[in-house]
Design a protein around this ligand. Sequence first.
Ligand code: SF4
Length: 193
Amino acid sequence: MASLAALLREVRACRVCAAHLPLGPRPVLRAKATARVLIIGQAPGTKVHETGIPWNDRSGDRLREWLQLDRATFYDETRIAIMPMGFCYPGVDANGGDRPPRRECAPLWHARIMALLPRIELALLVGSYAQARYLGDRRRATVTDTVRAWRDFAPAYLPLPHPSWRNTGWLKRNRWFATELLPALRERVHGLL
Ligand code: SF4
């Protein structure tokens, strides 16, 4: 079986969808075989692409606030693995919105990587793409409904909305997220760490 380090080197050399990536391939992910929590997000933005550090932006700040983790703990890859649905920055669409994660990426790499992460006990499914892949028919009609049903996916998965600042209104409208889900999320994650 390939080692995780060798597989990550292979991933970092990937150019499968290079022709579609406006800034070229730069896979951004991190993992060590001892990790117990896995964060599956969408795809890097420009700041993450530039720095090569996942969640190194305002969305990451909010995700760390949700988790009540400082940067040192959040980026301790021996404890937390971070693997988005698309590893490279996909660019923006005609309206200036983020393009979806490249569809080639997760089918190509995810199962191989997860096979080398035997200690993962909880995967945080951040946003609709991760929820679609990992919950399949079990996910609800909308992200809101899926997140609201978070208890149904325990203990392996916990769905979250994207922590984008564009979702601030969503957070205000769905108070249960802060009062019920976040305390449970923190307790579970801190317990695993
Ligand atoms: S998005 Fe994924 S499949 Fe496409 S080039 Fe990057 S690592 Fe390879």
